[in-house]
Write a protein that binds this ligand. Sequence first.
Ligand code: ADP
Ligand code: ZN
Length: 749
Amino acid sequence: MRVKQGELLGGASHGVLACVALKRPVREEFTYGVPHAMAENLQVGMRVAVHFSGRREVGIVTALPQSTDVPASRLKNISAVLDEGPVLDEDLMELTRWMGHYYGCSWGEALAAVLPAALKREGGRRQVVRLSPAEGIGQEELASLEDKHVGQYRVLRTLLNASGPLERNELVRKLNISTSPIQTLLKKEWIVAERIDAVTEALSGAPAENRPPPECLMPQQVAAIGAISKPLEAKEFETFLLRGVTGSGKTEVYLEVIKKCLELGRGAIVLVPEIALTPQTVGWFRGRFGQVAVLHSRMTDAQRHDAWKAVRKGEVRVVVGARSALFAPMPDLGVVVVDEEHEPSFKQGSTPRYHGRDLAVVRAKRANAVCILGSATPSLESWLNAKNGRYTLLEMYERAQGGALPSVEVIDLNSVKVNGPFSDPLALAIRETIQRGEQVILFQNRRGFAPVLWCAQCKAVVKCDQCDSSMVFHRKLQRIVCHGCCAERRPPKQCPTCKAPGLRFLGEGSEQVEQAVKSLCPDARVARMDSDSMNSQEDYERVLGQFGAGEVDILVGTQMIAKGLDFPGVTLVGIVSADSSLHLADFRASERTFQLLCQVAGRAGRGELPGRILVQTHAPEHPAIVHAATHDYRAFVEYELPLRDELDYPPYGRIILVVLEDEDEALVEKTANHLGEVLEHHLADDEVQILGPAPAPIALLRNRHRRNFLLKTGPSSELLDKTRNLLQSFVERHHRPRITVDVDPVSML
Ligand code: ADP
Ligand code: ZN
């Protein structure tokens, strides 16, 4: 039976009531009446349809209270009950409530991040777009859009380059556009839309990769597995920080622990960074355990929903996935693994801004499970937790397959001959490696051809019209592109400032590295992997497959290639520039640089042959580089921790980043000043440090002016609560400018 909107209960005190969480940025749940016919089976954790502000929405029942303050005359009834039983168990309900509280969003917003999209609506559809099958949509049409209709131009260009249809939502997200260019192209019939049930899904079908258990485990692996098994068998919560150098066999530890966990009848969740979620990784788990559910952002809603259901029914006991796999509704959870726990990508960049690693610990605790955080270069947060005894530290220093860690040579770019992206020593090493028939990885963490276009006359740099950032030249496209907002146009022939002709390029992006290495080794087969050259998961897998099979000699890439790849034929890794991450306006710049260098270096020498790493830098003395070169994590930590301590930065104190942004600069400034006063007024007596308001590091983005605050609340959780509550009430009172509150941010930009 459906009940019409507004139909009233006889009286709130006799009727059944339900608190419903909706995906609204308001920190409360909403109370509804429950018609008798629906009341019988209603439980916490079930989905219901309700009317809210004139719209029908799906919400989750969070409580079934006895009474309410809402007067009976204003109490609306729920419209329908959508499930037979709860979609979320008690643990996940509790976890999402905690998430909403800690990260400062509503319970409904937290729930929305947890549920598969198919469960958030009453119906669901998936759409792909492809080039019109009609003849002749091609370069001419493309050229006609180039200057006036950039959005349509980019959609058409992407589809012309793609091997097949692309998901509509994915395209909108990737190109950072509104849907209107797609609609216009559909109207013109240059592209067509289709609804399809399922696409071939490379990861879901990843073949089991036979990685048989090693004949014998290394002593350090045995010790780690033994230590983790104890609380696992006793059903006790404990968090382990497994620090093992690259190649020390951490994956084998996870696999053995999960095997034990399954034998005990309990389930396991493994989180890996999205970028490391390759068929290779998934294959290892499939090879060992057979049925493995994979959850990641490229899945269709239907696939995700199927996987979710299988997990909930207990049909699949191992889940591998990116950040959101943490919310897999696994009954009787025994182990949560977070591999590469230091990765910033475990933090979600939009509401709810949760950190997958930190939530993994919370989830494991609720489930009396063990949590394993693994990394060669742990975050300083986890390291300090281990030092303080909150986590148990397990270390593995040796590579499982023997072989020393590759030697790292730092090349001081200030004192060698440099030709384009390569110094003489790097160029020589590349040529020699190719001549020996071995493989090379070249890492350059900037995409495009030249990051800066500048005028030799007036020294001006060509900037984006809407952002405070320089335009990057992309050679194949013959366009300049803003990496902040994706705006693009033809490169100007003359300086926009002084009109002098002949702008110059500065710096080398991955596209230029690819070109330079092709001229250096004309016979080598070169592939490039960055978000420009990779249109889909299929592209990514094809290139990795070719590299693994030895059909590609040199792989050039951005951080897409830094993670989790295991190619025994690689004996040289060249880091074209270690400097770009070193100069970010972020207190974690050194940590990131150190981690990235160690990661990339770990890609070499994984086979029989020794590996060599060459790092080019203008800052050869910088501790992040010096300690990465000697693979000395502890030395780096000892250098970095006191600096953080002195300034009350994490891991010693907690921070909250607040960003205000709007097109109206005066409004941003006024509101920021007002917020500053409010904060001063309420927090002045406490030990909260208020830095700001100040222009954000990217002070203009997509025409929005940005000001920020950095609040250091120290280690106390009461102060964190107080500060966050203050911020939230302020945010609820201001619709403009947009204000985002990020608790424990991982990026200051
Ligand atoms: P990590 O994740 O620590 O970088 P992996 O788990 O990928 O390391 O292991 C590196 C390599 O060593 C893999 O090829 C793996 O099969 C192998 N390996 C792991 N443990 C052993 C062992 N006990 N004996 C021999 N080889 C091992
Ligand atoms: Zn821009």
